[in-house]
Design a binder for this molecule. Structure first.
Ligand code: NAP
Length: 241
């Protein structure tokens, strides 16, 4: 059976994506880092809607945890493979560069780029064997435009775009696609503390985006209809850039 894995699926965009992919018919692996209660809520909501899901805890930036979690999953699912991977887990630790602490830089880069690297290199191998796979990496308007106070986050999200474009060319002959979704301001815990009225003024469409709108885009990119789209960055930002 083909599974979809969504990292950072206990909350926000990841949760909406997990729920959407379950509605699309995928059994979903709901990854989370620490918030077990929230992850279980996502699994319960998917099951209540008639879908299939399991929560799997690991820190995407930790190679040992990633390897152990994937090995454990594979041993319980010898006939299954992950054909859809959404690298969504991300954090921000904003600071002007002159004041930035080493751990603010490192944790953001490790979560976005380390997470992509540790997980994708393992999962893409099976996709290539099956000549079938969809990878969607979640970047940001910050990775396209750069945002003051986010040198760490902008660097990580821009790096993710470069890695995605390179990987897309590596795996295209095996019918695996790799694309990037670059959201603008989307309602979630990550943006909850920002001045919502000030943000709306920056957005030509005059509102903050919904996680379900990002999930719908991801749903399309992983569908059979999107087989000819690879190596692309698709923005979803209300017209911000
Ligand atoms: P969020 O509400 O803060 O949720 C973050 C999710 O990532 C949680 O499920 C969290 O798990 C998980 N996570 C964080 N670090 C992790 C790690 N090391 N390993 C595994 N899981 C980890 O964030 P969001 O707003 O939904 O953002 C999701 C993605 O979209 C991020 O990559 C973010 O950069 C990107 N993005 C968001 C916006 C926006 O406006 N919201 C805009 C552009 C891009 P726990 O619950 O266990 O902590």
């Amino acid at each position: 059976m083909e599974y979809a894995m969504v990292t950072g699926a206990s909350r926000g965009l990841g949760r909406a994506t997990a729920e959407r992919l379950a509605k699309d018919g995928y059994p979903v692996i709901v990854n989370y880092r620490g918030n077990e209660k929230a992850a279980q809520e996502v699994v319960d909501s998917i099951m209540a809607a008639g879908g299939k899901a399991e929560a799997v805890k690991f820190d995407v930036s930790n190679k040992t945890m990633v390897d152990a979690a994937l090995e454990a999953w594979e041993s319980v699912h010898p006939d299954d493979y992950i054909s859809v991977l959404v690298n969504n887990a991300g954090i921000r630790q904003d600071s002007l560069l002159v004041f930035m602490q080493d751990d603010q830089w490192q944790s953001v880069v490790d979560t976005t780029l380390g997470g992509f690297y540790f997980l994708t290199r393992r999962i893409v191998k099976n996709m290539m064997t099956h000549r079938n796979g969809r990878i969607v990496n979640i970047s940001s308007v910050s990775g396209l435009k750069g945002m003051p106070g986010q040198c760490n986050y902008s660097a990580a999200k821009a790096g993710l775009i470069g890695a995605s474009k390179a990987l897309a060319q590596e795996v295209a002959p095996r019918k695996v696609t790799v694309n990037v979704v670059a959201p603008g301001f989307i309602a979630s815990d990550m943006t909850a503390e920002l001045d919502q009225e000030a943000i709306k003024k920056l957005v030509p469409l005059g509102r903050i985006g919904k996680p379900e709108e990002v999930a719908a885009l991801i749903s399309f990119l992983v569908s059979k209809e999107a087989a000819y789209i690879t190596g692309q960055v698709i923005s979803i930002n209300g017209g911000v850039i």
